[in-house]
Design a protein around this ligand. Structure first.
Ligand code: CO
Length: 438
């Protein structure tokens, strides 16, 4: 297993408690590699050789390179930077209930609530602050243990090990201190944002678990951390995007927000962020968008379920994805996953050339499963697509587990993918790679 790349993954996860922070960190890496930020409200000067990225809502990001020659199409990989969590109600005032101060929360996404108990939590997110006559966005991350949701002792609830229903408004209130600490809590947030309480106009804040990531197992097989779904894919696709050699296509790395709540936001995969960006690139290069799209490919990378060690019965009888056995291609007859024979063949061929193993996943036939970015973005950008992911355990727990080898494999497959271009002639597809453009 590649310890270095997994340690880099854990650093990225630790620095990215929210989608805003993940996107900020991606933007910094891109700038270091010579990428220029474009803004949706400005004109885009796109020249051959340009390396650019654009953000929307500070929480979704698209990065791309313009090739020197006329491009064949777009080679895109998409992942999501948001994760299920507890959100503070806007500008929450900590509510003093006699002995204790607690914070009212809402659920963001489908989380396993029990995994948020008895863990140190911190707060991060985005504020809008007043600066003179301007309203300015500020990211904030307290980066310290500031809250905890305590379990009820077994002596008080003898049925606690027999399955428990959690009520968000009572069971899941994070404790932030004694009855007098509400004011201190608000001041902490203002201080962390370098502003004053009265200049905070609004806030989107969330609790995040402070438990550090770790690489473990008898042979270092596993990596565990919060938010592996889907920061493991975000990280690996970004690494591959930055490492890829030039191809005759336009590589596009997509990082979306709000997948965990259905993607139907201004910055989600269901919005026009990607389609508008592709249209602007095509127009800037004087290319016909439909012709580019006909030779384009989208890989939606979102983690997949590994067979569970204690509950193998939840997995399909035939497709049994395991951690460290390679990239998982997801299939679904109802097309909640968009993989079809053509897209699977293209991606398998790229992985074969990259010497990366692949496996396949279908939901157990009587379980509906989840959907992901692939079929959502298709509504806006209808190109050949497939859904992939890395096999993991405990999806949507506050602490998830995946395979260390798989991280390296997705980095490698992504680098090969972004260095490839697709050439379509009717029912025949030729995949050319950067070293072999002819
Ligand atoms: Co996901």
């Amino acid at each position: 297993m590649d310890e270095r790349i997994n340690k880099e993954l854990l650093t990225f996860i630790e620095k990215s408690p929210t989608a805003w922070h993940a996107v900020k960190n991606l933007a910094e890496s891109l700038r270091e590699e010579g990428y220029t930020e474009l803004r949706e409200e400005e004109a885009w000067p796109l020249k051959p050789g340009a390396r650019c990225f654009v953000r929307r809502n500070s929480s979704s990001l698209l990065a791309f390179r313009i090739p020197e020659e006329t491009p064949a199409g777009f080679m895109m990989m998409a992942a999501h930077a948001d994760s299920p969590c507890l959100r503070l109600k806007e500008l929450a005032t900590a509510e003093a209930a006699g002995l204790y101060a607690r914070v009212p929360v809402e659920r963001y996404g489908g989380m396993i609530l029990s995994t948020w108990l008895d863990r140190p939590l911190s707060v991060a997110g985005r504020l809008v602050v007043r600066e003179g006559d301007k309203l300015v966005e500020r990211l904030v991350d307290l980066q310290r243990d500031v809250a905890l949701i305590p379990n009820v002792a077994i002596h008080m609830d003898r049925s606690v090990n027999e399955g428990k229903a959690f009520d968000l408004k009572t069971d899941m209130l994070p404790l932030i201190g004694s009855g007098t600490s509400a004011e201190s809590f608000r001041r902490l947030i203002a201080d962390a944002a370098g502003t004053t309480e009265k200049d905070i106009c609004s806030a989107e804040l969330q609790f995040y678990p402070r438990t550090s990531g770790t690489i473990w197992g008898a042979e270092g097989e596993y990596v565990s951390a919060p938010r592996l779904d889907d920061l493991q894919c975000v990280f690996a696709c970004a690494q591959g995007f930055l490492a890829a050699s030039e191809s005759g296509s336009i590589p596009v790395f997509c990082c979306f927000d709000n997948e965990e709540v259905g993607s139907s936001t201004r910055q989600g995969a269901a919005a026009d962020f990607l389609s508008r960006t592709l249209a602007r690139i095509a127009a800037g290069l004087g290319c016909e968008l439909p012709r580019l799209l006909a030779q384009s490919f989208l890989v939606s990378a979102d983690n997949a379920h590994a067979v569970h060690p204690n509950h193998p019965e939840y997995a399909d009888a035939v497709d049994r994805p395991a951690m460290n056995k390679g990239i998982v291609l997801k299939f679904n007859a109802a097309q909640r996953y968009v993989t079809d024979a053509v897209s699977a063949a293209v991606f398998r061929e790229i992985c074969r050339r990259a010497e990366v193993p692949v496996q396949s996943y279908t939901n157990r036939a009587d379980l509906p499963g989840g959907s992901t970015l692939g079929n959502i973005s298709l509504a806006q950008v209808a190109v050949r697509s497939l859904d992939i992911g890395l096999a993991q355990l405990a999806m949507h727990s506050s602490y998830e587990t995946a395979g260390t080898l798989d991280t390296s494999w997705l980095c490698r497959a992504a680098a090969h993918f972004f260095a490839s271009s697709l050439h379509v002639e009717g029912e025949t597809i030729t995949i050319r790679d950067g070293r072999n453009k002819a």
